[in-house]
Design a protein around this ligand. Sequence first.
Ligand SMILES: NC(=O)C1=CN([C@@H]2O[C@H](COP(=O)(O)OP(=O)(O)OC[C@H]3O[C@@H](n4cnc5c(N)ncnc54)[C@H](OP(=O)(O)O)[C@@H]3O)[C@@H](O)[C@H]2O)C=CC1
Ligand SMILES: Cc1cn([C@H]2C[C@H](O)[C@@H](COP(=O)(O)OP(=O)(O)O[C@H]3O[C@@H](C)C(=O)[C@@H](O)[C@H]3O)O2)c(=O)[nH]c1=O
Length: 284
Amino acid sequence: MTILIVGGSGFLGSELVRQARAAGHTTVATYTTKAGTASPSAWRPLDLRDAGSLDAIMAEVNPRVVINASSGRADWAVTAQGPLQLAMVAAKRATRLVHMSTDAVFSGAGRVHYDESCLPDPITPYGAAKAAAETGVLAVHPKAAVVRTSLIIGHGRSVHERLVHQLAAGTVDGALFTDDIRCPVHVSDLAAAVLELALSSAAGIHHAAGADALSRHELGLLIARRDGLDNSRLPTGLRAESTVPGALDVRLDSQTTQGSLHTPLRGAREFLHLREDGRPGQRG
Ligand SMILES: NC(=O)C1=CN([C@@H]2O[C@H](COP(=O)(O)OP(=O)(O)OC[C@H]3O[C@@H](n4cnc5c(N)ncnc54)[C@H](OP(=O)(O)O)[C@@H]3O)[C@@H](O)[C@H]2O)C=CC1
Ligand SMILES: Cc1cn([C@H]2C[C@H](O)[C@@H](COP(=O)(O)OP(=O)(O)O[C@H]3O[C@@H](C)C(=O)[C@@H](O)[C@H]3O)O2)c(=O)[nH]c1=O
């Protein structure tokens, strides 16, 4: 089967490419600035803001499935309008579409547990752009699957793991918040779950986050322990007292989606475990 991975040079995109290739799929991956380190069948440059290029790539590659793992942060044209453009082309061509979204569509105000039935109430420009994309994608392509996830962790390569290393080394100023609660997921679990959904006919909103809720500081401690860093060098702080905008406590409840998947979505305590002899585990 031919799978097109938009944002294939990114962190999640690279793992999607690796797993799709390992499963024997013809995999075409896109980048905007530089081809990634994964080895798809082919790389194509693509900027989602360029509708002409999007049409041309979809026509040339003619994928059975397209997965949108791109990220444009709070840039409305990339994050809100780009996915809508992609969904319109995919719907016109009757191509299966899976679109990645985020727990940042939620505010954490009034509740902390969010299942697939909860309506977005974003409080940041990024969350608003992602929420707009979800609504637009499903309006023009009702058979698409939208997959919300949380902090993506794995192999030491995520931005979140890098921040822990930088803080421990004292090369950046900052703190790990003790009041910022999320449900981190392992990039390998997430990619496997997304591919499983991509190969199914599941439509609508899905939650694919890890099973454990923990603070950014607790997550930092687990990463530090796994990587043999000095825990005491990780500064703590409160998001509520910082200038960083965003929700405090947002826990994606993924039980409904998990119930439809073979892929387990492990909690961070499980995938960042120590070996039984107490020495740091392998980079998970
Ligand atoms: N990382 C996380 O913790 C979380 C991520 N998510 C979501 O998961 C998805 C994957 O995130 P992640 O792997 O971290 O993303 P990355 O930032 O690692 O990768 C982003 C990808 O998008 C591509 N891209 C950037 N701009 C454009 C554009 N204008 N048109 C097309 N492609 C573009 C990049 O290309 P290039 O590298 O060439 O610039 C890259 O391939 C995103 O949708 C994100 O919102 C959700 C929750 C948490
Ligand atoms: C939570 C936290 C953030 N920060 C800093 C670093 C970080 O880049 C910046 C903004 O933090 P945020 O939590 O808002 O965002 P960030 O850490 O970039 O993580 C986000 O990634 C995107 C892709 C998502 O979809 C979101 O769900 C979220 O996981 O603040 C700290 O220094 N310490 C902390 O404890």
